[in-house]
Design a protein around this ligand. Structure first.
Ligand SMILES: [Ca+2]
Ligand SMILES: [Ca+2]
Length: 435
């Protein structure tokens, strides 16, 4: 095995010198004008869908375009307990089911309400609101603690449902996702005059059974789905009895999936409406938006057409997060700022941990083979390295890594090391404030 062992600050200086230090697009990005730091506390929009499996992107293009486009898609998002009330209690409390106590869908009152995020945010001065489903078996006559406004849906039907609206139980005509959307929008609109930060929990019934779509989507054609290996599993002798006796078929799953996707189309419309509202309020940047499902769903995997089992389709959920003002936004691509090239410390916003100037101080292994001059002929879009090479690209680095000081502390820096090297460069620099 050929290993070039280097200290973590030891550079292959000959290769570094061969490379042109001229700024590339990523370097220029560092000198982009900073968005205003989050001077005010962020708003939080938490959207929890019901029984939405991971592989349902087709139904939520606007949601993905917004949240993933300017934020983060967690491709391995899993719930702790794949069942409505335990999962939601974990989201609210940050605790596992065996700690928060809501171990099934029948005992929502076991949740210690003093541990919830809504309690802490309300106590911290946030305006809090709940719009949609709360916890299974929650009495619709009971108000949800620590919310200032709410439309709590009694989770039975999609149309003309029963709701607890700020303490009054009533029937509201219309499609549930639309009712929830409109009430949530009204809550958001108050931000035009109420200067408090807000926390809105939006919990549509979709895509839970009976998966009744909005009328306009009742016949929408969805893409075909022909199962996956776990659907066609013939020998289930390695599974528990209740799985061995499960009888759901591929066609059962296809029918359910179609209904689920159709209900999610209305959720996507609601999310777009929230985005438009935030834009009109000027709160698009300083709102942390979290979108996730409370549990996944098996589409006849192992014959099981349900959730609550420890199989991947049951525990995997869509999970997106966006917060441009918190640093979870689009990385700048143009040098439009006043500091061309090197910028003084603290010229730009800190990362989510309040740390300044950390970009470029961490080396990151890349799949590309390294070449000192490949960039001269590379395509401008999605450039890759040459097809072969001796060393893989290492991206970024610390100013402490190189004798020239300047070559390595930018995120655009590229150096290399052999793929079998045991060297690992991970770290960051912390500078004390004179204050
Ligand atoms: Ca659920
Ligand atoms: Ca098997």
């Amino acid at each position: 095995m050929r290993t070039i062992s280097r200290r973590w600050d030891g550079a292959d200086s000959s290769r570094v010198r061969q490379r042109s230090p001229r700024p590339g697009p990523a370097v220029a990005g560092l000198a982009t004008a900073p968005p205003a730091a989050a001077a005010t506390r962020p708003n939080v929009l938490l959207i929890i869908t019901d029984d939405q499996p991971k592989h349902t992107d087709w139904a939520t293009p606007k949601t993905i375009d917004w949240l993933v486009g300017q934020g983060v898609k967690f491709t391995n998002g899993h719930v702790t307990t794949p069942l409505c009330a335990p999962s939601r209690s974990s989201v609210f409390s940050g605790r596992y089911a065996h700690n928060h106590g809501v171990r099934d869908n029948g005992h929502p009152y076991k949740l210690d309400q003093s541990t919830t995020v809504q309690r802490h945010l309300k106590q911290a001065g946030y305006r809090t609101g709940l719009f949609g489903k709360y916890l299974n078996a929650w009495n619709v006559d009971d108000n949800p603690p620590h919310f200032e406004e709410w439309v709590l849906e009694d989770p039975v039907v999609y149309n003309d449902g029963t709701y607890n609206v700020n303490g009054t139980v009533q029937t509201i005509a219309g499609y549930s996702t639309t009712v929830i959307k409109n009430r949530a929008l009204a809550f958001l609109s108050k931000a035009a005059t109420d200067t408090r930060p807000w926390f809105a929990v939006v919990t549509p019934k979709a895509s839970h059974e009976p998966n009744t779509p909005e009328t306009k989507y009742a016949n929408t054609v969805v893409p075909d789905w022909n199962g996956r290996p776990s659907v066609a599993e013939n020998d289930r002798s390695d599974k528990p009895d209740y799985i061995q006796s499960a009888t759901a078929t591929l066609s059962d799953a296809q029918a359910l999936r179609q209904r689920q996707l159709r209900t999610l189309l209305s959720v996507d419309d609601a999310v777009q409406a929230f985005k438009d509202k935030l834009a009109s309020l000027g709160q698009l940047d300083n709102t942390l938006v979290i979108y996730l499902g409370d549990n996944g769903y098996t589409w006849a995997d192992h014959g099981w057409l349900k959730k609550s089992v420890p199989y991947l389709p049951s525990i995997e959920v869509p999970f997106y997060l966006s917060w441009p003002a918190g640093g979870l936004g689009v990385f700048p691509a143009l040098n439009t700022g006043t500091h061309r090239g090197t910028a003084p410390a603290k010229s730009y916003r800190p990362n989510g941990y309040g740390l300044y100037n950390t970009a470029g101080n961490v080396s990151e292994w890349c799949a590309d083979w390294f070449s000192a001059d490949f960039h001269r002929a590379r395509p401008r879009d999605n450039p890759t390295g040459p097809s072969t090479g001796l060393g893989r690209v290492m991206r970024g680095g610390s100013h402490m890594c190189h004798e020239s000081y300047c070559n390595r502390y930018r995120v655009g820096a590229r150096s290399s090391n052999t793929p079998d090297s045991s060297t690992g460069n991970i770290g960051f620099r912390v500078a004390a404030s004179p204050a």
